[in-house]
Design a protein. Sequence first.
Length: 374
Amino acid sequence: MFLLDPFSGISGDMFLSAMIDFVDKEELINIIKKVINVDIEIKKVKKCHILANKVNIIPKDVKYEANTYKEIVNIIKKANISDSIKTSALEILKILAEAESRIHNVDVENVHFHEVGNYDTIADIVGASYIINKLNLKDNCFYKPINVGNGFVKTEHGLYPVPAPATAEILKGFKIFFSDINEELTTPTGAAIIKYINPKLIKESFTVKKISYGAGDKDFNNFPNTLRVFKIEDIKREDIVLLETNVDDVSPEVLGYLHDILDGRVRDLHFIPTFMKKNRPAYTIRAVVDKDRVNEIAKIIMRETGSLGIRVFKIDRIIADREFKTIKLFNEDVRVKIGRVDDEIISQKPEFEDLKKIAKKYNIPLKELYKLIK
């Protein structure tokens, strides 16, 4: 999990520079060069005595026909890169074009980029798209309020207040702030990248694992022009509800039926043998449910068991990221559930129903199939 800290703004090259410590540098360079014919320099620089990465996109002695939305779209579409990177790049570009379209009241297809466009913007967008996909940043990232700078910025149409119109349009819904630095600190490309990532505003404390700085092009006497990125501990939490009641006059058949009708409606369900007052044998029914299904599930339990009350506990639980991969066993598909906590694989378990089918089909003990997969 990553936290973007644009305390000195964000631009396309600042994003590449800050994130390059977390990806394969050569792979990043090769992806960009498949799209646009440029040289790429990666070096270390100091900004107010802070060591930072600096990615420079250097043009070659060629003419880049890439100033309009249509031209850049065609360049990206024709590139020999993965569909996921291509899709992300086109979406970021579309965010830029739609902002310009709204500001200048022209169709998106007719947008002509003035302050953005050409070789460096293409390189920044494609490089950012590679990073976003490689690190799974989309909808899975945090940010701190964005410093947009202050003063005015010189454009082809004259002096505009900071943030520039396109930047301001893109950053709708984000927490931003003005500073004492009379410069444009957040560019339209930087704004489009963070808009596409769609990070959440950080509100809680966090544990830092690694920090990286990405340098911008500006130099200030007492203020580092860098984008700071934190790699933070990725422990996911969710709010759920635990419903609980005790029953001492319900038959096993009713409990079995209750289990059947709650299947698929609750996260988990337990019938726990217990003793109540006067040593009466009973069951504690516990159902883990989503917040929006509390009333529905409580009503079902009360109707089926005759319980006169349900205890409701709002709880916070830590959960692992879960994903599935499919493997072949005896030429049959077996889904394997993978659990991750903070990017570490903690479990890999085959799906029981898939193994059961194979065990029956080939007359193999189920426990032997588990051994084969392990």
